[in-house]
Unconditional design. Sequence first.
Length: 279
Amino acid sequence: MDTILVTGATGTLGSALIPALLTRGVAVRAMTRDPGRIIPGAETVVADLRDPDAVGAALKGVDAVFLNSPSASDAASLQIGFADLARDAGVNRLVLLSQYAARGDSPVRFLRWHAEVEAHVRSLGIEYTVLRPNLYLQALLAFSGTIEQGFLAAPIGDAAVSAIDTRDIADAAAAVLTGTGHAGRTYTLTGPRAVTHAQIAQALSEAMGRTVTFHDTSADQFAAALAGLLPPWQIDGLIEDYAHYARGEAAEVHMAVAELTGKPARDVTEFARDHFSAQ
Ligand SMILES: NC(=O)c1ccc[n+]([C@@H]2O[C@H](COP(=O)([O-])OP(=O)(O)OC[C@H]3O[C@@H](n4cnc5c(N)ncnc54)[C@H](OP(=O)(O)O)[C@@H]3O)[C@@H](O)[C@H]2O)c1
């Protein structure tokens, strides 16, 4: 049976992708840096993207790869290095996790980095598909602390974002990795509607049975709240991301999730119910 290698297997998306692939009956090799990690149903392989020998060994005998790198300051070169090793190993198909609105001239560094990797993957000469998801609803889990205290704060004003549940990205990725007709395609993946942070706070309030209020903050206040939790380059990048959302540039709704998976993308109300319901 063909084997699919999943990078970032223990992350937000990877941990949903592994079961989605296993359900489809394929052999999955899950990559992690943690030698103690067991991923049920998958063959676990230990490799760091910064270690070409280990990555080369992880790629042996693999038919298709899902490339999802960590958010790192050298993410673009890590992904480009991996893509080259995949081509050298004779991998037939590469599915790349990029981001909504990836563009070489974007003011958002993450979107420039993703565009650089996309361009490289397109030039490799192997079958590829690019997935460009919008803001993850699961990114809200990082704000659980303040949400529990009754507020959600971000520098986004009343702009709406077609944020997506990572379970839908995983289902779409599984469909692309195991299906046909996706070669050379780029899919923008979004939720079923664009929602403001006030609407997200409302969905959280309903799920939790108590009031969660949205606080619009300045970029400086947002940076101050994250100081010490994330490295400065990542905070700067997040502020660029939020400025892009606040300009209303991430509000388009695309139908690719429904087209790829055969079911509509999950709404924020479902996300809130599944992750924030009062016990
Ligand atoms: N968050 C969003 O809203 C959003 C939206 C669109 C696109 N994205 C993109 O999604 C990607 C993933 O971001 P994320 O924050 O959600 O991360 P994540 O996938 O939750 O976690 C990163 C994963 O990478 C692995 N990892 C970390 N360093 C590694 C290394 N040096 N070599 C190999 N594996 C390594 C970790 O696994 P181990 O620790 O087990 O090795 C972990 O599974 C980024 O490219 C980001 O731009 C995110």
